[in-house]
Design a protein around this ligand. Structure first.
Ligand code: AMP
Length: 282
């Protein structure tokens, strides 16, 4: 496994694979890797000849009061984990490599699917995501790029971007990896106190309860109210509890597949999760 820190170095490392028309898979991450990330890499290894994993804490997708400065940076530990799952190349550029001074003047704005959920709660977040994903896809030029369904809206935004800009690759969405108690793995789980960690799985448990209620015929609005109430009662400060179609279209009734979305804070730590609920026609 090689580690490249420059765009030029990565291009040189990828040259033999490109010349031999090998399938290049790409997994973008911000590091502090856990099993969720590693499962993306395993998927990439299954489908591709060469796998590149980027580790880059992207400043443009963090808001002014978010955790950019404190975001855990654990490159050495991440390198060991990636070597174990067969990653071929780590791309770990500096901020200056990707955002050279004096400034990047190009914006990549995806409209519509960024209006709601995290797009609404974290203004500018998806502009930063769209810019860095565009830059990384242009640098790596993979055949496939792998993203986690834990960040469901991010997958929709990236797929839209790739489609609209005619980028020659396929986006693969990988199911969420969870702890045994259901909590979606996240680098931010490390911020939780022991007590908060006990409460955190309530998000997924209440999403599963909501799924059962929907299948039992309880109205979507009532199910969302119960979900909010359960989370508030458990000690969460709710950012949003919402439902959309898998394409992030508005919906008011459970008359087609629905995705339930939660973003909620435990203390200072913001957690997100989602669950797709299948509509079963009777
Ligand atoms: P991050 O490092 O948080 O930017 O995440 C990098 C990639 O890993 C994104 O595509 C995430 O959606 C994905 N990811 C993060 N956590 C999980 C998880 N628990 N299960 C599956 N994918 C995940």
């Amino acid at each position: 496994m090689k580690t490249e820190t420059t765009i030029h170095g990565l291009a040189a490392s990828l040259h033999p694979a490109r010349s031999a028309r090998k399938l290049i898979g790409f997994v973008p991450t911000m590091g502090n890797l856990h099993e969720g990330h590693l499962n993306l890499v395993r998927e990439a290894k299954n489908l591709c000849d060469i796998v590149v994993v980027s580790i880059f804490v992207n400043p443009t997708q963090f808001g002014p009061n978010e955790d950019f400065d404190n975001y855990p940076r654990t490159l050495e530990q991440d390198s060991h984990l990636l070597a174990d799952v067969g990653c071929d190349i780590i791309f770990a550029p500096t901020v200056e490599q990707l955002y050279p001074k004096p400034q990047v003047k190009t914006k990549v704005l995806v409209s519509g699917v960024t209006d709601m959920l995290c797009g609404h709660s974290r203004p500018g977040h998806f502009d930063g995501v769209a810019l860095i994903v565009t830059k990384l896809l242009n640098i790596v030029q993979p055949s496939y790029a792998f993203f986690g369904q834990k960040d469901f809206q991010q997958v929709v935004v990236v797929k839209q971007l790739v489609h609209d800009l005619n980028m020659p690759l396929e986006i693969i969405a990988v199911p969420t990896t969870r702890s045994a108690d259901g909590l979606a793995l996240s680098s931010r789980n490390g911020y939780l106190t022991a007590e908060q960690r006990q409460i955190a799985p309530t998000i997924y448990q209440s999403l599963l309860a909501a799924e059962t209620q929907l299948h039992d015929g309880i109205a979507l609005a009532d199910v969302l109210e119960t979900l909010k109430h359960t989370l508030c009662h458990a000690g969460f400060e709710i950012d949003y509890v919402s439902a959309y179609t898998p394409d992030l279209e508005h919906l008011t009734q459970f008359d087609q597949d629905v995705v339930l979305f939660v973003a909620a804070k435990l203390g200072e730590t913001r957690l997100i999760d989602n669950l797709k609920v299948k509509f079963i026609a009777t």
